[in-house]
Design a protein around this ligand. Structure first.
Ligand SMILES: *Cc1c(COP(=O)(O)O)cnc(C)c1O
Length: 404
């Protein structure tokens, strides 16, 4: 490593809170599926900023929209109207078939907004006694880092020593419709769940699970809130992961790729009166729905559709998954994936996934380990067949090594 690389890393360590443990690479440029470090080495990005840069790094059309808007108007607050918000609403509603939209910034804020809204809906529409609303969530969930959210995480790293936490959440196993049925009471207002658990290691529920979940929620007047912050906008090969089972959520949460990685933009979408219970002054955000965010998100949604990225995610995801399944290596316990949301789970004896990610870095691939034994693979949705094959060659030669 050159001295400049060591400087960046050492300076981060000296001044920064140590709430991340990054792989030892300092990136300075990105284009499409590729990123470059400060020394000019090129890497295939197989994390895509946790699916936020699904459209590829520095997409020229999103960049142009951002620069154009930044010259005109960036922030008004919602105290006044701006000429981008209505267009953003119209376009996101047309794309997703939603009726109401509430724009926020980070994914966690969208989750918090959904929690507040379904509680309010519960009291004002469903008739739950005040202060009694219950929300059901799943074990091993990941919905963000705010105090409200980490309080119902089952990962000790995530919630340890951050309490006390807000009550009103009930935790059930993921992928178990009978457990949901059991957990619902007259005070249940919502079931908050990821279509595929991303941070838990790309955990895909059994076929038919969401069909049953949808039926249970409808039968009991419980709002189905799907956190599609990671799975949404083409990542799994469909616009929304709910489409794999032909269901529709009552509330859908989007973030990450909603801005193509340029800017934090999230949104709560609802197809009924959940968002309708919010009155002026009851919820908000200084930056939520600002014209720069809206212009960026509009371009990010447009290129996703116009450039066929969703179809490409389905096609290249299938190719990638097949290729991973063809790798014969004793280190591999299981390969999972849907679209370009993929994971390789290693045998416990194979050593930590982190070690394999570091070896992949040496071969020009950036991937991220999750939960010790799993390598997550989620390249931008613009990846080509040749690039998938290029990645598979390097993954095969790395996974047949032994780092135990
Ligand atoms: C990333 C993520 C979030 C949180 O988004 P932030 O922008 O980091 O707050 C919430 N839910 C899921 C499923 C995510 O992947």
């Amino acid at each position: 490593m050159s001295s400049s690389v060591i400087d960046f890393i050492a300076t981060e360590a000296r001044f920064g809170a140590q709430n991340y443990a990054p792989i030892g690479v300092v990136l300075s440029r990105g284009e499409g599926v590729w990123v470059w470090d400060t020394e000019g080495n090129r890497y295939l990005d197989c994390l895509s900023a946790y699916s936020a840069v699904s459209q590829g790094h520095c997409h020229p059309k999103i960049l142009a929209a951002m620069v154009e808007q930044a010259h005109r108007l960036t922030l008004t607050s919602r105290a006044f109207h701006n000429d981008q918000l209505a267009l953003f609403y119209e376009e996101i509603a047309a794309l997703t078939g939603s009726h109401k939209v509430l724009p926020m910034n980070s994914g966690a804020e969208a989750v918090e907004t959904a929690i507040k809204s379904v509680r309010k809906w519960g009291y004002e529409v469903k008739g739950v006694p005040d202060g009694q609303a219950e929300i059901i969530v799943c074990a091993n969930n990941f919905h963000g880092r705010t105090l409200g959210i980490v309080g119902f995480s089952t990962d000790p790293e995530t919630h340890g020593h951050f309490g006390p936490f807000a009550p009103g959440f009930k935790i059930i196993p993921f992928g178990d419709a009978a457990a949901l049925k059991e957990a619902i009471t007259p005070n249940t207002v919502a079931f908050l769940v990821e279509p595929i658990q991303g941070e838990a290691g790309v955990v895909i529920p059994p076929a038919g699970y969401f069909t049953e979940v949808r039926q249970l929620c409808t039968a009991n007047n419980v709002m189905l809130v799907l956190d599609e912050i990671q799975t949404g906008l083409g990542r799994t090969g469909k616009l929304l992961a709910e489409q794999h089972e032909g269901i529709e959520a009552d509330v859908t949460l989007l973030g990450k790729a909603l801005s193509g990685g340029f800017y934090p933009v999230s949104a709560v979408l609802s197809n009924n009166d959940v968002l309708g219970t919010l009155r002026p002054g009851q919820h908000g955000s200084t930056f939520g729905g600002n014209p720069l965010a809206c212009a960026v998100a509009r371009a990010a949604m447009r290129v996703l559709v116009e450039e066929g990225m969703i179809e490409n995610a389905a096609r290249q995801g299938a190719r990638f998954l097949e290729g991973l399944k063809d790798i014969r290596a004793n280190t591999i316990r299981e390969v999972r994936g849907r679209g370009l949301m993929l994971a390789v789970e290693l045998h416990p004896e194979a050593g930590r996934a982190r070690r394999y990610c570091e070896a992949l870095q040496g071969k020009g691939i950036l991937a991220k380990d999750t939960h010790e034994q799993t390598i997550r693979i989620a390249p931008p949705l613009v990846i080509t067949s040749d690039q998938v094959d290029w990645a598979l060659e390097r993954l095969a030669s790395t996974l047949t090594q032994d780092f135990s």
